[in-house]
Design a protein around this ligand. Sequence first.
Ligand code: PEP
Ligand code: MN
Length: 349
Amino acid sequence: MDNLTGLRKQINLINNEILKLLNKRAALVQKITMLKNETGTDYYDPMREAEMLSDILNQNKGPLPDELVKEVFSSIFHTALNYMGISNERKLLVGTESEVNLPKLNEMFDIDADIPVVIAGPCAVENFEYLDQVAKALKDNGVKLIRAGAYKPRTSPYDFQGLKEEGLKILHEVSNKYKLYSVTEVVDTRDVYLVQKYADVLQIGARNMQNFELLKEVGLTNKPIILKRGMSASINELIYAAEYIALQGNRNIILCERGIRTFETKTRNTLDISSIPIIKRETHLPIIVDLSHSLGRKDIVNQLAKAVLAAGADGIMVEVHPKPELALSDSKQQLNIDEFRGMLSTIGY
Ligand code: PEP
Ligand code: MN
């Protein structure tokens, strides 16, 4: 028993020593923070932290294993930063604190207007006549942005893959004729130059959300980019994908929720409405919702259009085709022109 009491006393003494040392360390961190304040240096320095940890582990003679020592010291480092009110999270270019003025984006997308942004058009450019009919309906109803794919990322390699440059030319001609802004997907770094020659807005599809080379390439253009959420991507992964684009200099980014894969089979994907206010809270980027690819059906588009706008979305994207039953892709989810007009009136157009 005496032995136990003696050992416990020693532990108490060590606790007191550790406490004194921790406070001594905190006082030094405080001094360093004041110095950094004067010189304007970044408070959090991950390299310095890695060096300190490596020194400590080199000194470790046990019995505590390295992993535990690392855990204890990481916690000490972070406690000191917390005490100084310093966050070790990197500030993102797309974050709320680094908002920039984006005149080009605002002009095309009217983000602050009373009516929501609508981007509409067929899944794919199939021919001039179909696209012309859709474009006319957009113009007649005050919609400014036309979408249509020329490069289609299809599940089966035997399905219609898009008209490629021919499709871009048709999209260019039709959008010029009706003075609409054109939106089209680019799927390959090798096509970025060509696509940006013809289109006003470049879309990165769900399947390419983490194609980092493609993100960097479009980040070097000066076109607005619509970045769609990957079908199995978390909100954080979407935000970091946008950061890849912003880091190359292009800050004209619009995020697009398009549903994620779940066990539910009634819709093509599960529309994650919660991502809208979360993205609004964590980034300064506009967010729109692609109702057609989220739902994969058109009978509930009107209800969900209202729901996503109520949740704070800046706009919607929807597929429209003059004859959806004949469409070469996504036939079931495309609205015909009457249905499209109906949808617009439910959201105040
Ligand atoms: C599209 O918008 O044409 C498309 C293919 O959508 P997603 O990338 O969201 O599947
Ligand atoms: Mn489609």
